[in-house]
Design a protein around this ligand. Structure first.
Ligand code: SF4
Length: 234
């Protein structure tokens, strides 16, 4: 006889939730890319991640670790970097910055679509380049289930992009601007100073009930983001 054991399943999910919810000290690269998340996580540390989100993180991190393990020696994986009080962890850092992303998107992405729909991935790579002084970078994109032609079948796939980070000094100035804005928002308890996260992140966000920007469309957020960045640069 086979019976489903939901007790053990719940224990595993709870352990993963605790692990994923651990508070990190200080300001990280991700804090600058998703400052509103950083704000709410710091102010409301008790907010619980949904089972759905825990599942996504588990799937993402699992694949991520395997790729790192297969592609790089231990000393080049998860390399800690720090610059002007901003901390970061580069997935693989040897001759260049390598950022690994897993995605549930089922069709291959073009550089144009990445630049438009996933600016946050490129921003993260640029910030690591600015912190390390590296002018070479790559994005490794691992598709969990890429659609095979026009069939309904899917299969995992890997795609690699070379990324030119551009002007490192300009990126450093942007990072410091974002850091100052985040510190000001934290000190004044004012999340409305901060640019919102991409709209796709709101769907499963643990702060959906309290965040001022939850449920805004991508177009509204792009506008708010542009305004916040303009303010930041003043
Ligand atoms: S609800 Fe959306 S904008 Fe607000 S913190 Fe969550 S992901 Fe960011």
């Amino acid at each position: 006889m086979i019976t489903e054991n939901t007790t053990v399943r719940d224990q595993i999910l709870e352990a993963a939730r605790r692990h994923l919810s651990r508070q990190r000290e200080g300001i990280h690269v991700s804090s600058l890319i998703y400052p509103l998340k950083h704000y709410y996580r710091t102010k409301y540390p008790e907010a619980a991640l949904s089972d759905r989100l825990v599942g996504f993180f588990m799937a993402g991190r699992g694949h991520h670790s395997i790729i790192q393990m297969l592609a790089a020696q231990p000393q080049y994986r998860e390399v800690s970097v720090e610059w002007m009080g901003i901390r970061g962890t580069v997935d693989i850092f040897q001759d260049s910055v390598i950022e690994i992303k897993t995605t549930r998107i089922q069709t291959l992405l073009t550089p144009e679509r990445i630049a438009h729909d996933h600016q946050e991935w490129i921003l993260q790579i640029k910030y690591y380049c600015a912190m390390t002084g590296s002018t070479r970078a790559q994005l490794w994109l691992f598709y969990l289930g890429l659609r095979e032609g026009d069939q309904r079948r899917t299969a995992p796939a890997l795609q690699v992009f070379d990324v030119d980070p551009g002007d490192l000094e300009a990126i450093r100035a942007e990072m410091l601007g974002r850091k100052q804005l985040l510190e000001k928002a934290m000190a004044t308890n004012n999340p409305s100073l901060l640019p919102p996260c991409p709209a796709w992140m709101c769907r499963d966000c643990e702060f959906g009930q309290i965040c001022t920007f939850a449920g805004r469309s991508e177009t509204q957020k792009e506008k708010l983001n542009a305004e916040a960045i303009e303010i930041e640069l003043l």
